[in-house]
Structure formats: C-alpha cells, structure tokens
Design a protein around this ligand. Structure first.
Ligand SMILES: NC(=O)c1ccc[n+]([C@@H]2O[C@H](COP(=O)([O-])OP(=O)(O)OC[C@H]3O[C@@H](n4cnc5c(N)ncnc54)[C@H](OP(=O)(O)O)[C@@H]3O)[C@@H](O)[C@H]2O)c1
Length: 289
C-alpha cells in the first residue's frame, strides 16, 4: 500500500466549514477545533483553495506540521457572478499557479495530498495529472488525489501517475460511489476518502428535524444508536468506517465540524462496532434512496 495512504488514519478532519468569525464561542474556535483533531490522533486535515480558509488552516497547524497529513485541492473557481456557481480550471498553467498560491496561503513547503477538485470537460485528465506529477517531482506535493471524477477519469489518471486517494461523497444517504468508482478504486489500490459521511449533517439531526430521511430507515438508525448508547450521527459515521471490510479497500471517512465538542463525538464514533446484522439493517437506507 502507498505509504502516504497508510498515514491517512481511520478518520480525517474536513475543514471546509471553518471560519475565523465565531462570535467568541470557545467551542467553535477554529484553531481549537483543528488542535482537538490532532490531539485525538487525527492526521489528515482536508481543505481546498475553494474553501477560502487555507490561511486559517495554515495558522492552525503551525508548530504541529509534523503531525499533519495536509490535503488541499485546486480546480474549483467560484464564479462570483452566479450564486453558488463555479468554473473548473484544470489546465497545466493553472495547476502550477494554484499550487503556488495554496503553498503560500498554507505557509508550508509541501502539500502532502493534492487533489483535482472536480473533473474538467475541457482539459484531458492526462494533461492535468501530468502537471500535478511535476509538482511531485519538484517536491511541492507528496501524493495526488482526485475528486468528483468518473471511473474512466480515475483509470486514465492513474496510468499517468499513481493516484493515492479518491475523495467522493459516501454515506448512508449517498451511495453512488459504489456503482463504478469503487470497483475501479479497488482494482487500482486507490484509497477512498469518503466526504460528507453524514450527508452534510442530515444524519446528525434528531428524528423530528431530519424529516428528509424516510421514517423506516431513520427508526432503524435510532434503534441501533440506542443499543450502542451512541448518537445517530456516530452510527452513520461508523457505517462508513465499516465499508472497508465490506469492500476490501481502505476507506477513510472525512466528517467536518466547526465545534470541538462535535469533533470529539465524531472521533468517538470510531469505537462503535456494528454487527453484521446491524449492517444488514442499515441497508434499508439503500432501499429508501
Ligand atoms: N471533494 C468535495 O467535493 C467535497 C464536498 C463537500 C465536502 N468535502 C469535504 O468533506 C468534509 C465534510 O463535509 P460536510 O461538512 O459537508 O459533511 P458532514 O461531515 O457529513 O456534515 C457536516 C455537518 O454536520 C454537522 N456536525 C458534524 N459533527 C456533528 C456532531 N457530532 N453532532 C451534530 N452535528 C454535527 C456540522 O455542523 P457543526 O459544524 O455545527 O458541527 C455540519 O453542519 C468537508 O469539510 C470537506 O473537507 C469535500
């Protein structure tokens, strides 16, 4: 297995929502959240230039750089003229510009895991990954990742340079990755970093608040959570963690939070051991999708 993949840990920390403005709430201090993650043994800290918080992440890991497997991404450029819209840039010139800018904002000499954030319909992935591979040769990046790509993209990219990790959404309420990407990743020995493992927080919500989830599966999730004296969100996270046994490849859940208390609760989900019968019951979510 790729040595970098072995350092990804059992759970990563997604920094996407971290901001400096927290209204003085100590539980939401972003530097404390990242420190709590490192104190709990998390190594992978995941950001992106599109999250517009690389300076903050860089500040938080200062003095603790050796403990961190730092991941960032390029390629998604917010189009401020369109609400919620973005453009994709994946040409080699942009790869070089974006990586220099991320290194500067993060305040580091090297990014451990550098992802293309989104596939481009304009630039062949071989060209993008070729430029990313040059960053590895130059010592600016340690390993390459892809996000929001197709199985064919993954195979073509991997033929140019080994891909360490594929970052895709994977949770009880979003299982598209299992159709084509997962077999390709297993075949190539690529680790899956499962982002948004609680459906962007949906599975953390109480039964009444989480009405977007069908009642039957939700009742099963709550019952299993009660049996483990755990929260529903912790069981949802544990389900993702159990995927690696189900599919025989390394799967690293990547939850995000802006709260120290939630961070600790999410880390504790790593101790929730689900039985085969419970995993079968949780498959009811698939039927409800
Ligand atoms: N590659 C991509 O395209 C992509 C896309 C989206 C996300 N990501 C990555 O995946 C990470 C996670 O994504 P995400 O934040 O959308 O999904 P998520 O981890 O499934 O959900 C986060 C939401 O759940 C809440 N939450 C977290 N822990 C909780 C707890 N213990 N109890 C109650 N609520 C809790 C958070 O609120 P609080 O802040 O209040 O805890 C937040 O609203 C991101 O940080 C990013 O690194 C990647």
């Amino acid at each position: 297995m790729n040595p970098l993949a072995m350092r990804l840990g059992r759970q990563g920390f997604g920094a996407m929502r971290l901001r400096d403005q927290t209204g003085g709430d100590a539980d939401r201090d972003p530097v404390s959240v990242i420190h709590a993650a490192l104190d709990a043994g998390i190594t992978m800290v995941d950001t992106a230039d599109a999250y517009r918080n690389e300076e903050l992440v860089g500040r938080a890991i200062q003095g603790r750089r050796d403990e961190v497997l730092l991941a960032s991404k390029f390629g998604l450029v917010w189009n401020d003229e369109v609400a919620g819209g973005f453009d994709v840039r994946a040409d080699p010139v942009y790869v070089r510009q974006a990586s220099e800018a991320s290194l500067r904002r993060l305040g580091v000499d090297v990014i451990d895991l550098y992802y293309l954030h989104h596939r481009s319909s304009a630039i062949p992935i071989e060209e993008t990954v070729g430029a990313m591979a040059e960053l590895v040769d130059q010592g600016k990046v340690r390993g390459l990742g892809l996000s929001n790509v197709s199985a064919e993209d993954l195979r073509r990219a991997h033929a140019v340079h080994p891909i360490v990790a594929l970052q895709e959404q994977w949770s009880l309420v979003q299982r598209d990755v299992e159709q084509e990407l997962l077999p390709a990743a297993a075949d190539l020995g690529v680790t899956i970093v499962a982002h948004s493992p609680t459906g962007h927080g949906l599975l953390h919500l109480t039964h009444a608040a989480g009405k977007q989830v069908a009642d039957g599966p939700r009742a099963i999730l709550d019952k299993i959570a009660r049996a483990h004296k755990a929260m529903a969100g912790q069981v949802a996270l544990a389900w993702v963690q159990h995927r690696q046994h189900a599919h025989d490849l390394l799967v690293v859940p990547l939850p995000g939070t802006t709260r120290v208390s939630h961070l600790r609760s999410n880390v504790a989900a790593g101790g929730v051991c689900l039985s085969d019968d419970e995993l079968r019951q949780l498959d009811s979510f698939r039927a409800a999708l």
